[in-house]
Design a protein around this ligand. Sequence first.
Ligand SMILES: [Zn+2]
Ligand SMILES: [Zn+2]
Length: 245
Amino acid sequence: MRNLSKTLLVVRNLFLSILFPKFCCNCRELLSESYQGLCSNCSSLINFNQTSFCSICRARLPQNKKICHKDAPYILAAATNYNSAAIRNLICQYKYRRRQTLVNPLANIVNTFIDKSGLKSIISTDTLIIPIPLHPKKQRERGFNQSLLLAQSLSTTLKLPVENILERKKPTTPQAEINDFEKRKINVADCFAINETARITNKIKNKDIVLIDDVYTSGSTLNEAAKMLKICGAKKIIALVIAKA
Ligand SMILES: [Zn+2]
Ligand SMILES: [Zn+2]
């Protein structure tokens, strides 16, 4: 009898979670407060990075200063790590189950990292926030660009403008579907451009950039985007992501 009522409870919670996503994305526990993505227990398991990283050798950068590869095209600022199930589930629900409201708990995670790592001290007031774009076809399929929503949310706390000026010139296979590092590099080679207005008006010349993506894996996508931004005159680039693999 006890088992039956337990099963009924699980089934009931499953239905409710489909109808009203008020459940923890990781452990499915009912959330009492407004929808936050993760319960307090799963949130407490998040391992925040304390520093940013070199984008070439991935060494930790104390005080967010380049110490090893001074020529690295950007500083990698990853809030946390993709090997955490809680983070992975949260990001997957956001991107693939298209739960746009999850941008709020994700932005909270990034903001907590910005505080803990002291990243704000190296972000100048002359900085533009630029999200990694999706190809228009992909964006139509998903209904939103996850990096743009995140950029807009972070724009409020960082008090910096979002300039959605990067474009994808060609459709690419999702990097998550490619395992080989070299093939990932080829897949995204020269896939980005700056939109015409931004190019004509020299929008990013001598500007610092916070480049937003959701997950950093091989770095190929961010490398390509940073390359394009540098060609257009960008100065310092900080690639800010929720998690690195
Ligand atoms: Zn939970
Ligand atoms: Zn390095």
